[in-house]
Ligand binder design. Structure first.
Ligand SMILES: [Zn+2]
Length: 307
């Protein structure tokens, strides 16, 4: 069996204004870094509206559709802009995460990485924000529960920013455990340790300048035991690489091999509880070289563990 890599050329058509960190070149950086790897390459389909409706109300989908510009840009907030190609890319980013679940649940792939943009973990129920339009990883988690009949899934988020959107979409759903480490204070300002949902949310704020050792200790002591106790049947990852020390948007000090380390540990948990089933989706990561190296480190472990 193989590791699936799900992406689509529509990811290049989500064009952000000059100088925006969430830029088309990010997709080249990630896909270029994975180019020589032996992966099952699959096109990201458009998410079905029914899939998105598990996480967002129809009013949100309609609002995103209505906001799509015929030319130029439309700004939904100071950071979040739609170009002509954004609508399709956002539907395919959500669809790619759903497809990743299908490939892993059917056994066509042992694990999967969806390399699409725009990212998703800041999109709240009715609010596009922080470069995100639809909560792709939460949509994928709810698809695994409702369509594939799983009873418990875990989402872990090591992006340097708090996944406020994912938390908003899952914090009332006890079938989903959501665990996030993130720099605090930092955008979007949520993610305090006392935000616990219905007992299914684990937030671990970390300081500016956080070292690899402190990051690893936080996951080892505060997150892995919660995942272990929850016994998920599928492990989903919001894979943001912006906690890297080279990243321009944040101040954590992770190195390339920290992303290999956390992927190994998450694969260990998935082997124990999930028959190895891991679905990962790209979130942030804004230094193009560090992004490429970090994504390579992450997917290389998936590929080795998925054989
Ligand atoms: Zn981020």
């Amino acid at each position: 069996m193989a590791t699936a890599l799900i992406t689509h050329k529509a990811g290049y058509d989500h064009v952000t204004p000059q100088g925006h960190p969430e830029q088309v070149a990010r997709l080249d950086a990630v896909l270029g870094a994975l180019e020589t790897m032996d992966l099952l390459r699959v096109d990201a389909p458009m998410a079905a509206e029914d899939d998105i409706l598990r996480a967002h109300p129809k009013a949100h989908i309609d609002a995103i559709r209505a906001a799509a510009p015929a030319g130029g840009w439309r700004s939904l907030d100071a950071d979040t802009h739609m170009s002509v190609g954004t609508l399709e890319a956002a539907f395919r980013a959500a669809g790619g995460a759903v497809k990743a679940v299908d490939l892993v649940m059917s056994g066509e792939a042992s694990n999967a990485f969806s390399a699409m943009r725009p990212p998703g973990h800041h999109a709240e129920r009715e609010t596009a924000m922080g470069f995100c339009f639809f909560g792709s990883i939460a949509i994928a988690a709810k698809h695994a529960l409702d369509f594939h009949g799983l009873k418990r899934v875990a989402i872990v988020d090591f992006d340097v920013h708090h996944g406020n959107g994912t938390q908003d979409l899952v914090e009332d759903d006890a079938r989903i455990l959501f665990c996030s480490s993130h720099q605090m204070p930092l955008y979007p300002g949520t993610g305090a340790a006392d935000e616990t949902g219905v007992g299914n949310v684990v937030n671990v704020p970390l300081p500016d300048g956080c070292s690899s050792a402190r990051f690893r200790a936080a996951w080892r002591d505060q997150i892995f035991p919660r995942v272990d106790a929850f016994k998920p049947e599928l492990l989903l990852i919001s894979a943001g690489f912006d906690a890297h020390e080279d990243d321009p948007l944040a101040g954590m000090m992770l190195q390339d091999d920290d992303f290999a380390w956390i992927t190994e540990k998450l694969c260990d948990l998935a082997d124990t509880h999930c028959q190895g089933r891991v679905v990962s989706a790209l979130e942030g990561g804004y230094d193009l070289e560090a992004l490429g190296r970090s994504a390579h480190a992450h997917v290389k472990v998936l590929e080795e563990r998925g054989r």
